[in-house]
Ligand binder design. Structure first.
Ligand code: FES
Length: 162
């Protein structure tokens, strides 16, 4: 599980990012290991990392950005203090995940990958939490919760001060 670096932490330095790149450059197909290492260290992929990774892999910055934006696990900005992941995969959709997601996003006033203005919660999509028989499912800071109805959702949100 990636670290969640608070938004008020100092930005990672070029040297810190380069050390992570260098540490994974020997691997075959180093792009994803580098991105995972950067996200694990900083909680997101800083914009400054895109150019450094591109140079190291002889790619364009746009190509690296394309990979970052393709994978839902990578964040382009620091997360809030809590990360709420809502399952959007098929089994959960069949039992109301879309309505649940719209309810959560509306209540928190954010869109996908958004963070509440107080920095408390970031909402992200996830494609299966392994609780398919107990949907709709979500996870809060890595703890999975199944059979989420209005009451359970209320408990989860109350747990993060919303
Ligand atoms: S489809 Fe939602 S947990 Fe598997």
């Amino acid at each position: 599980m990636p670290a969640d670096q608070p938004a008020d932490q100092p930005a990672p330095t070029q040297a810190e990012i380069s050390a992570l790149i260098d540490g994974n450059l020997h691997l075959e197909g180093p792009m994803l290991p580098i991105l995972h290492a950067v996200q694990a260290a900083f909680g997101h992929i800083p914009a400054a990392a895109l150019g450094l990774i591109a140079t190291a892999l002889n790619l364009t910055r746009a190509e690296v950005h394309g990979v970052v934006s393709f994978y839902h696990d990578f964040r382009e900005a620091p997360a809030g203090r809590h990360v709420l992941k809502l399952c959007r995969a098929e089994a959960c959709q069949a039992v109301g995940a879309n309505a649940l997601a719209q309810d959560v996003l509306a209540r928190l006033g954010v869109d996908w990958h958004g963070t509440t203005v107080d920095g408390a919660v970031t909402v992200e999509p996830v494609y299966c939490l392994g609780l398919c028989a107990c949907g709709p499912a979500l996870s809060l800071d890595g703890r999975a919760v199944g059979r989420v109805d209005a009451a359970r959702l209320q408990d989860v949100l109350r747990g993060v001060g919303v």
